[in-house]
Design a protein around this ligand. Structure first.
Ligand code: SF4
Length: 114
């Protein structure tokens, strides 16, 4: 089973109810729905903090300390789609940076639930 790290938008998570992982990202990952094409193991859940400078380092540190390197990184749907969007960086820019720095493929989005 693929191992996945999810990166959520901390600004959104702090103002939502029950996030991180209140159910949407974790349900989609467990069932292989939304942006997951098969059921996966979520082995990391990283909260981005404005302005996002430490996000890549935190993902790398999580993988190092847990000794589990994810096969794929997903930027959460709130990070990718919330309106108003991130004022610092687009999801595409974040995905490119993460992929370049970690060498791990990045998928934009997690679930498609409402
Ligand atoms: S930098 Fe952007 S993605 Fe990260 S927590 Fe702030 S608003 Fe969210």
């Amino acid at each position: 089973m693929k191992k996945v790290t999810v990166v959520g938008c901390g600004a959104y998570m702090d103002s939502g109810y029950g996030c991180p992982g209140e159910w949407r990202c974790l349900k989609a990952a467990a069932l292989g729905e939304g942006k997951f094409d098969e059921p996966v193991q979520v082995t990391g859940f990283v909260k981005c903090e404005c302005p996002g400078r430490a996000m890549v380092t935190t993902v790398g540190m999580g993988a190092k300390l847990s000794e589990i390197k994810p096969d794929v990184i997903h930027l959460s749907s709130c990070l990718a789609n919330a309106k108003p969007g991130c004022p610092y960086s687009s999801a595409e820019e974040m995905a490119k940076l993460l992929q370049t720095k970690t060498g791990i493929p990045v998928v934009i989005g997690t679930h498609e639930y409402h």
